[in-house]
Design a binder for this molecule. Structure first.
Ligand code: ZN
Length: 297
């Protein structure tokens, strides 16, 4: 019994590493319904119309409906399946040129962010606006902590109180802005973090000489995988802690792509995080230094 499971797992691993295979072309000739050209294959060489277009069916209509949002037929479902079952190997295949087989990474990124906002603001099993709840909790927490601070400083000057309300307003505004530009903010965060991460993966055994641009695309696909799981959990209104755990899954694609062991991948992540925080700290200190220079002069 254990042997059978082991054998199945071996077969699964082999399947994981094998690139997607396009079905062989049929010998059948088609006549294009638009321009009348006779041809073999899936698309008319003259005008580009698909040879599969025939009578309308529900499947056809559904695909056209998806096409409105640019989902169409470009391997969306294959991409999601592969992001779940073989993310790192799929990213390797994409980077090595199999671009028609997979949904484009950046498009998917913004699509998932839009979908996630939709799910968070009501399209879930409880029909609840979870973003609103989170925001209320956030501003409550902020005003609580400030109320405490204000109590403590009640006999001090009014100026400080004013400053605290100002900080409160700014933090509220920052929160709103971040929520409105979630795609941009997460893309920037990803770009910043993939810098230090690249330092530790640029000499990967399974993908030697990977470029930063390629590594960044790999990170975008990996985040798409994480985002897919978190959209699912948001839809079923699972706990927010779980969503944090999904972020840990990012080691799976990076491990598969780089060819390092899980431990080595985790270690590299940890080291990159240290570099990242040192960098952020240095940036904050630099900003404070500049501000103090500005005020003392
Ligand atoms: Zn044609």
């Amino acid at each position: 019994m254990i042997e059978i499971i082991k054998e199945k797992y071996r077969q699964f691993q082999k399947w994981q590493q094998q690139p997607y295979q396009v079905a062989p072309m049929s010998e059948e000739t088609h006549q294009c319904a638009t321009c009348g050209t006779q041809f073999q294959g899936n698309f008319c060489p003259r005008c580009g119309q698909s040879s599969k277009i025939g009578r309308y069916s529900f499947k056809n209509a559904f695909l056209l409906f998806l096409d409105v949002w640019g989902l169409g037929n470009r391997g969306m479902f294959r991409t999601i399946r592969d992001l779940i079952l073989r993310p790192g190997y799929m990213i390797r295949d994409y980077l090595q040129g199999m671009q028609m087989a997979y949904y484009p990474p950046f498009k998917m990124f913004f699509l998932f962010i839009a979908l996630s906002l939709l799910v968070e603001t009501g399209v879930n099993i409880r029909m609840e606006d979870r973003l609103q709840v989170a925001q209320e909790q956030f501003s409550e927490g902020m005003s609580d902590s400030h109320a405490k601070e204000q109590e403590e400083t009640s006999d001090k000057d009014e100026e400080k109180k004013e400053l605290l309300t100002k900080i409160d307003n700014v933090s509220d505004r920052v929160y709103d802005w971040t929520m409105k530009h979630l795609g941009l903010v997460s893309m920037l965060g990803l770009l910043l973090f993939s810098g230090p991460l690249y330092l530790f993966f640029r000499k990967s055994p399974a993908y030697p000489g990977i470029r930063f641009s390629e590594f960044f695309v790999a990170m975008v696909y990996s985040m798409n995988m994480v985002e897919f799981y978190s959209i699912l959990s948001e839809f079923f209104c699972l706990s927010m802690v779980l969503e944090g755990c999904f972020l840990m899954l990012i080691v799976i694609p990076i491990k598969q792509l780089s060819g390092y062991s899980y431990w080595r991948t985790l270690l590299n992540f940890f080291l990159a995080m240290i570099v990242f925080f040192v960098f952020i700290l240095a940036a904050i200190i630099a900003v404070f230094f500049l501000i103090s220079l500005f005020y003392t002069s």
